[in-house]
Design a protein around this ligand. Structure first.
Ligand code: NAD
Ligand code: UFG
Length: 340
């Protein structure tokens, strides 16, 4: 049985990936400092899989703790989710973002190197494409970033590519996620944003529960199907399964590969709103507002490389994504931490 260290494993995408890993027969060790998640997630993972993953409440910024985890366990590969992810916040406190997402990641890579563990799957983001010249977006498109969060992703990609050049025995998958939404069909794990959600679907979900009055649609004058922004939403369970395929690839190849994880389909803000209304059986009131600074009009993935290299493609459609988001939201109106 292979042992996988999942950093950020109690977080949104990490918890779903942990479930898929356990169900596929891997042994999972989670490392998380619980900055943006809670211990309760471990119990939820156990309720779904029957297995309570081994857990280290440790920080990436503590190199000795990372070394200890590798000393205490024979780790075959790492999936690295841990990091800060709020775009707006990264503009306000860039040093904190660079410290956590870059210095913290460097500590992890050093600990891996020391332990002789050279297989890694890294969470990157479609944000590294900046404002793409055309869609669908291919992995070889030019890269640029418009905020410190995006820059931490791009720097990590470069660091890991350099590492693979310096030592060809490394095997690294750089996965560029598009817009993950949805939740595990059990309704036991999902996304629980703190405060006012920035992202579309968590915000709509709170309008549906009555926590927010109406959806603010950031602009309807883009050159898109109905003027509102278009994104490639992907079910988090599909995304999690993409990580298993990436891991299998890492176990049988060396070198660095970059792969988009999206569905290849774009949906507008209003199309997502309509799909969510269908899922929850309620009307979602909305108002058209000014464009949100930094937003792009259209973003969706070219998925050919994921299919060819990993043999993976997304299976869930927008209706299932909204159904599962709503199922989780209605069962956990105050998020996971406060659930009884
Ligand atoms: P999340 O915040 O739910 O999970 C991240 C986890 O990392 C949290 O549990 C947090 O407590 C932990 N963490 C943060 N800093 C840490 C540190 N220094 N030491 C130990 N643990 C730490 O986020 P998510 O949505 O699951 O995202 C996972 C990864 O995917 C992140 O790297 C994120 O940037 C990337 N990503 C997310 C999205 C998205 O829309 N959710 C899109 C593209 C890329
Ligand atoms: N939107 C609204 N109202 C809201 C929230 C969002 O109209 O309240 C619109 C946005 O303008 C955009 C679309 O819904 O057109 C999606 O917005 P999100 O904030 O959900 O997602 P983004 O595509 O802007 O950003 C996401 C992640 C980033 C990541 C980026 C690229 O949040 O971390 O995808 O991968 F960098």
């Amino acid at each position: 049985m292979k042992t996988i260290l999942v950093t950020g494993g109690t977080g949104y995408i990490g918890s779903h990936t942990t479930v898929e890993l356990i169900q596929a027969g891997y042994q999972v060790i989670i490392l998380d400092n619980l900055y943006n998640s809670s211990r309760e997630v471990l119990k939820r993972i156990q309720a779904i899989t029957g297995v309570l993953p081994k857990f280290y409440e440790k920080d990436l910024l503590d190199p000795a703790a990372l070394q200890m985890v590798f000393k205490e366990n024979a780790i075959d590969a790492v999936i690295h989710f841990a990091g800060y992810k709020a775009v707006g916040e990264s503009v306000e406190i860039p040093l904190t973002y660079y410290q956590n997402n870059i210095a913290g990641s460097l500590n992890l890579y050093e600990a891996m190197k020391e332990a002789g563990c050279r297989k890694l799957v890294f969470s990157s983001s479609a944000t590294v494409y900046g404002n793409p010249q055309s869609v669908p977006i291919r992995e070889d498109f030019p890269l640029s970033t418009t905020n410190p969060y995006g820059t931490t992703k791009l720097f990590n990609e470069r660091i890991l590519e350099d590492l693979c050049i310096s030592d060809p025995s490394w095997s690294v998958l750089l996965l560029r996620y598009f817009n993950p939404i949805g939740a595990h069909p059990s309704g036991l794990i999902g996304e629980t944003p703190n405060g006012i959600p920035n992202n579309l679907v968590p915000y709509i979900a709170q309008v549906a529960t009555g926590k927010r009055e109406f959806l603010r649609v950031w602009g309807n004058d883009y050159d898109t199907v109905d003027g509102t922004g278009v994104r490639d939403y992907i079910h988090v369970v599909d995304l999690a399964q993409g990580h298993l395929k990436a891991l299998e690839y890492a176990f049988s190849h060396t070198g660095a590969e970059t792969v988009n994880l999206g569905t290849g389909n774009g949906y507008s803000v209003l199309q997502v709103k309509n799909a969510f209304e269908k899922a929850c059986g309620k009307e979602i009131p909305y108002q058209i507002m000014e464009r949100r600074p930094g937003d792009i009009a259209i973003c969706y993935a070219d998925t050919a490389k994921a299919k060819k290299l990993l043999g993976w493609n997304a299976r869930y459609g927008i209706d299932e994504m909204c159904r599962d988001s709503w199922n989780f939201q209605s069962k956990n109106p105050n998020g996971i931490e406060k659930a009884q």
